[in-house]
Design a protein. Structure first.
Length: 387
């Protein structure tokens, strides 16, 4: 029988000092993040999470998820996360590629037979990385193509209305605005088309595909692509806009549009940490690391693989886009990030893999810029660590 060695008094003192130091560091971090928000007890606000080594060292709600019923924001409050959703769209596509149900080099028309003839070879890979040459519906790249009921330019968000099918039929007719690979041009249009690719290749809606292949395997039980915004669900954060700048009076600013792919994921802090941690130990698809490596491949890298060339990703200040993640460097550390906004919801997610550190910010008012808050939280984190 082995004897258990007793820890020496100096060892116990060292452990105690370390524990107190970590607690003080975390407390200092939280106080400084709290100070970013002030009093939001009667206002909409944000949920903010700081992840370190697989756990939240800070996770707090600031403000109200619902003003009428005075429901506070919590770790379980469910936000629409705008374009951060694109990561889930590309993961669904990557899983289908791993299963052999499509190839990144497939032409879009292979999976959307009634798509307009672009006159150029436009692939899934082009769409994923915004090098297709397709314009963006939201930013007026196609004036006159989207009209409302009185024949005026369509107003995106909650003022005018199109069904999912009506919108899909319209974007299938949109031409390229430049040749593929000429220029990076962010295109929400392309990501809605990618949702149709995923649906046609899998035989199920993107909502169901993501539920089966992403959310359920990760235990993200309160997360989903919302392809019908009229359906109720628990713990939802409504979105708001101030009636005028600096006002304490708000109007509801949620969407009545339901297409997905470019956006449409609803999730909470308690669910999102499971997505973040999957980048360190993949549970999706075949549960191989290769799926995560795919998610971190830029367009130039995918081209280099075809040419059997090697790419250098370690250039300081390099900004690239890989499967709906922006790669940049902060203090010499890799940072993968993406922001999102739609009507009154804003979101930002950033991951520093070398530090096992991430920030998550979800907001339900467009008076707060989630990206600015996220950048401030990152600065607070690094300054706290310097002490």
């Amino acid at each position: 029988m082995k004897q258990h060695q007793k820890k020496s008094i100096p060892t116990l003192i060292l452990i105690l000092i370390t524990s107190i130091s970590v607690q003080a560091e975390t407390s200092d971090l939280s106080k400084k993040i709290d100070s970013l928000f002030g009093d939001r007890s009667e206002k909409p606000g944000c949920a903010v999470g700081v992840i370190e080594n697989g756990e939240y060292i800070h996770s707090e709600g600031y403000g109200l998820a619902n003003l009428e019923h005075e429901i506070p924001i919590s770790k379980d409050t469910i936000f629409r996360i705008g374009s951060v959703s694109k990561q889930f769209t590309t993961m669904a596509i990557a899983i289908l590629e791993e299963k052999g149900q499509l190839s990144f080099d497939d032409e879009m028309k292979t999976h959307i037979p009634d798509l307009i003839d672009y006159g150029e070879e436009v692939t899934i890979n082009h769409m994923i990385h915004h090098f297709s040459g397709l314009g963006d519906y939201e930013y007026m790249d196609y004036p006159g193509r989207f009209k409302n009921a009185v024949g005026e330019e369509f107003r995106w968000g909650n003022e005018d209305y199109l069904t999912n099918d009506e919108f899909h039929d319209l974007i299938k007719t949109l031409p390229l605005i430049r040749k593929p690979e000429k220029k990076f041009h962010y295109s929400n249009t392309g990501y809605v088309l990618l949702a149709l690719v995923a649906e046609n290749a899998s035989g199920m809606s993107l909502r169901k595909l993501a539920e089966n292949e992403i959310f359920n395997p990760l235990g993200m039980n309160n997360s989903f692509f919302n392809d019908d915004v009229n359906l109720p669900f628990k713990n939802r954060a409504d979105a708001y806009t101030p009636i005028k700048e600096g006002s304490n009076e708000y109007k509801i600013n949620v969407t009545n549009l339901s297409w997905i792919g470019d956006g449409g994921v609803y999730t909470s802090l308690n669910d999102f940490i499971k997505w973040d941690q999957n980048f360190y130990k993949n549970k999706l698809g075949n549960a191989n690391e290769s799926l995560i490596q795919t998610m971190e491949m830029t367009f130039e890298e995918t081209k280099a693989i075809k040419r059997n060339q090697k790419m250098d990703k370690e250039k300081e200040n390099e900004n690239t886009y890989a499967f709906a993640q922006n790669l940049a460097f902060y203090n010499g550390y890799k940072r993968w990030s993406h922001s999102g906004s739609w009507v009154g919801w804003l979101a930002h997610y950033a991951r520093f893999p070398d530090l096992s550190f991430s920030t998550v910010v979800f907001c339900n008012t467009n008076e707060i810029d989630a990206t600015i808050i996220a950048d401030k939280v990152v600065d607070i984190y690094f300054k706290t660590k310097e002490k």
